[in-house]
Design a protein around this ligand. Structure first.
Ligand SMILES: CC(=O)SCCNC(=O)CCNC(=O)[C@H](O)C(C)(C)COP(=O)(O)OP(=O)(O)OC[C@H]1O[C@@H](n2cnc3c(N)ncnc32)[C@H](O)[C@@H]1OP(=O)(O)O
Ligand SMILES: CC(C)C(=O)C(=O)O
Ligand SMILES: [Mg+2]
Length: 517
């Protein structure tokens, strides 16, 4: 049976999803979980894009040991230098460099002739090969590229030193049969293709990303690129969990598998969803809440008689144990620590202690503490930002009555340690809160998006609020969790503002980049 390499780009293409903005600690958490899931390659970011991206790629490279880590670069020395600066100390530094090859992109975006594109790609790969043992080259928009030109440029970049060639369906345009034909064509026509890994990278604009990726595998692709939950630019990337499970369930047909530990899928999906704020639709294949729910009488009857009547995937295969009551207010630190490690968290003693206190506080208020609650507390603790940067919520009181004007009184501790208290009204309670916070904060801000989810079920479930906003001209997002929706709303807003402050205060990556180049 063939083994397909899994190249995860949740932290690069996935983070390109509109409104998604992960901080370094959150990216490290995702990377550690991807490593536990067993992905072969983690594309950790685009180091030349920002100081934050550079820092995250560098720290992920230092943290992850069992997956290769790569970073993306345009066909430019500056971008390649940034990836080298971030990854030069990893075991096998790996570069992903790309250049568009379709007439549309070459003419309108790059404003280059086909000859210039070949020359630029070759120079970039040659330059990169001085540093990186593994160079992957991608023909952006490969699926709208003239096939003979694709063959020509592939031959040249392979000669220049690329050992992995990716043929992305950048705009999600191709159909499965045609995508398969492209892989077959280049295998048969690129003269120096032997020993070269071919990679597929699909987008889901027409809902065909999984089908296209599987078609590529049928036609000789060695590597599949995608993201967890299929997040990504526009309609997203191919969902890796769907491809890996399809290969397992239809092993008879594809005769190929992956190295993924499938029982880590559910946890990985939950973590990515929580940190990005991109909720998984209930009917999403493999990881949706309803993927294993049987509603109608005839189906339930069949399931009771013989599960295989209506279930082709077992929930256990993807690590989907049903939510259980786990710990209560009488539980101690040992049980808590044990549960945390069962859920995949390795917290420092200090963070564990803080998480334990948060758990105890919640246990006093909430009837049942379920895995989802603990997952939320532990993730928040693990990815909490540097103490002392930003604003903290000290006190909040909200008055609401159907015939009264909602009023919020809020006390915030500012960055310099001083405390400010103000009250404002709004047309609703959340607006009153946000009006008050905005009056206290020194900069101007504008709320762009607000979303609320419940964690787990039940009337006493935790509320999780995601906001996307603009503060002092920069876009940022944040999340807040609390038992009360209003408190979660206030915390999400402050979290978004604090993330910006932290970005500014964080690491002297610029210096690191200058030193490395
Ligand atoms: C299909 C994909 O997913 S590609 C990856 C997309 N990801 C990102 O864009 C990451 C975030 N991007 C960024 O932070 C910024 O765009 C940066 C830092 C990369 C570049 O910023 P800027 O220098 O301001 O350029 P801007 O983004 O406006 O335009 C892109 C430039 O790169 C050029 N370019 C695009 N792709 C490539 C490439 N593969 N190789 C070389 N040049 C390229 C464009 O032609 C354009 O050049 P021009 O300025 O001469 O017209
Ligand atoms: C950078 C490349 C590989 C990409 O994401 C795409 O073409 O979709
Ligand atoms: Mg892409």
């Amino acid at each position: 049976m063939r083994t397909i390499d899994i190249f995860d780009t949740t932290l690069r293409d996935g983070e390109q999803s509109a409104g998604v903005n992960l901080n370094t600690l959150e990216k490290i958490e995702v990377a550690k979980q991807l490593e536990r899931l067993g992905v072969d390659i983690i594309e950790a970011g685009f180091p030349a894009a920002s100081k934050g991206d550079f820092d995250a790629v560098k720290r992920i490279g230092e943290t992850v040991k069992n997956s290769s880590v790569t970073g993306l670069a345009r066909a430019q020395q500056r971008d390649i230098d940034a990836v080298w600066g971030a990854l030069k100390n990893t075991a096998e530094p790996r570069l992903h460099v790309f250049l568009a090859t379709s007439p549309i992109h070459m003419t309108h975006k790059l404003k280059m002739s086909p000859d210039q594109v070949v020359e630029t790609a070759v120079q970039a790969v040659k330059y990169a090969k001085q540093f990186f043992p593994v160079v992957q080259w991608s023909a952006e928009d490969a699926c709208r590229t003239d096939l003979d030109f694709l063959v020509r440029i592939m031959k040249e970049v392979i000669d220049a030193g690329a050992s992995v060639i990716n043929l992305p369906d950048t705009v999600g345009y191709i159909t499965p049969q045609k995508y398969g034909e492209i892989f077959k064509y280049v295998r048969e026509n690129v003269p120096n293709i032997d020993g070269i890994k071919l990679s597929a990278h699909c987008h889901n604009d027409l809902g065909m990303a999984t089908a296209n990726s599987l078609a590529a595998i049928e036609n000789g692709a060695d590597q599949i690129e995608g993201t967890i939950n299929g997040i990504g630019e526009r309609a997203g990337n191919a969902a890796l969990e769907e491809i890996a499970v399809a290969l397992r369930i239809r092993e008879d047909f594809y005769g190929a598998g992956t190295r993924l530990k499938l029982d880590e899928i559910k946890k990985t999906s939950a973590l990515v969803s929580k940190l990005t704020g991109m909720r998984v639709p209930a009917n999403k294949a493999v990881v949706g809440d309803n993927a294993f729910a049987h509603e109608s009488g005839i189906h339930q009857d069949g399931m009771l008689k013989e599960k295989t009547t209506y279930e082709i995937i077992t929930p256990e295969l993807i690590g989907n144990s049903s939510t259980r009551l786990v710990l209560g207010k009488h539980s101690g630190r040992h049980a808590f620590k044990n549960k945390a490690s069962e859920l995949g968290f390795e917290l420092t003693d200090e963070k564990l202690n803080e998480a334990f206190h948060a758990f105890k506080e919640l246990a006093d208020k909430k009837k049942e503490i379920v895995d989802d609650d603990l997952f939320s507390i532990l993730t928040n603790k693990q990815t909490e930002m540097v103490e002392g940067v930003g604003f903290s919520l000290e006190r909040m009181q909200v008055q609401y009555g159907m015939d009264n004007i909602p009023t919020a009184t809020i006390e915030l501790k500012l960055e310099d340690g001083s405390v400010t208290q103000l009250a404002s009204t709004g047309s609703g309670s959340v607006e009153a809160i946000y009006n008050t916070i905005e009056r206290i904060l020194p900069g101007t801000s504008k709320l762009l998006d607000y979303r609320i989810n419940s964690v787990g079920g039940g009337r006493d479930a935790l509320a999780e609020v995601y906001v996307h906003l603009e503060y002092e001209g920069a876009k940022t997002s944040g999340r807040g969790t609390a038992q009360d929706v209003l408190e979660a709303s206030a915390r999400a807003y402050l979290n978004a503002v604090n993330r910006l402050a932290q970005r500014k205060a964080s690491s002297d990556v610029k210096e690191a980049m200058e030193v490395s180049s």
